[in-house]
Design a protein around this ligand. Structure first.
Ligand code: PGA
Length: 255
């Protein structure tokens, strides 16, 4: 079967609204565009989403948010609802990025609530999981991933709107995991997904890798079994690097 990829950029707290549209115009000029095998997604900060959607109109590139509230609406000052994210034109939302777990008290339970809220609003949830350096040293990687998956996906029935991003915390903004580490982690995630959703549906869920994925290691990482794309931070803010990663993904689907 021909490979399919989702290449996603997580811009974190970078770009003003004007900077976002400039950057996306440069990306498009450099050939960043999806095809039938490679989907492209950018997740700018909330206030740059609208200008990103405008800059990308007609391009078929997806735009997503980096978080959403677990509540539908109401007295939650400062929060942003999944419904408003959907209604502005986003298709995806990141849930449980390790920076949110680390700095904003996200837990597997709050992620679970957010995944339900996001899916109910018609968004695809990109659920981020990954072990810390300490958990890896203690040999607990597979257990941690399994726990994050089972708790985060509690009572989740559908897989069409679900993407998993494996992001080892120690690799983010540092240096990427090795292909062997990625192969092992993705295989253990796949096993949990198959147990949880059954053979056919569990096999379909995209599992992205994230953590210092860049233009130089993209070919090696995207070739690893069970890797269906990347969640890319730093390199997604650099048009040359990001367009090169997209070109690599396209080449790999032709291989
Ligand atoms: P990085 O970030 O590519 O800069 O390591 C990835 C992420 O945090 O999603």
């Amino acid at each position: 079967m021909q490979r399919q990829y989702l290449i996603a950029g997580n811009w974190k707290m970078n770009t003003t609204s004007d900077e976002a549209s400039d950057l996306l115009r440069q990306m498009v000029e450099l050939g960043v565009q999806p095809n039938e095998h490679v989907d492209v997604l950018f997740c700018p900060p909330f206030l740059s989403i609208s200008s990103a959607i405008q800059a990308l109109s007609g391009s078929h590139i997806h735009v997503g948010a980096q978080d959403c509230s677990q509540h539908l609406h109401g007295a939650f000052t400062g929060e942003v609802s999944a419904e408003s994210i959907r209604s502005i034109g986003c298709s995806h939302v990141l849930i449980g990025h390790s920076e949110r777990r680390q700095y904003h008290g996200e837990t597997d339970d709050s992620c679970n609530a957010k995944i339900h809220t996001a899916m109910d609003a018609g968004l695809a949830a990109v659920y981020c999981i990954g072990e810390t350096a300490e958990e890896r040293e203690q040999g607990r990687t597979a257990d941690v991933l399994s726990q994050q998956l089972l708790a985060g996906l509690r009572d989740v029935q559908q897989t069409e709107n679900l993407v998993i991003a494996y992001e080892p915390v120690w690799a983010i903004g540092q240096s990427a995991a090795t292909p062997e580490q990625i192969r092992e982690a993705h295989a253990s995630i796949r096993t949990v997904l198959v147990e949880r959703f059954g053979e056919a549906r569990g096999a379909e869920v995209f599992i992205l890798y994230g953590g210092s994925l860049n233009a130089s290691n993209a070919r090696e990482i995207l070739s690893v079994e069970n890797v269906a794309g990347g969640l890319i931070g730093g390199a997604s803010l650099k048009p040359d690097a990001f367009s090169s990663i997209i070109a690599t993904a396209k080449e790999l689907t032709q291989a």
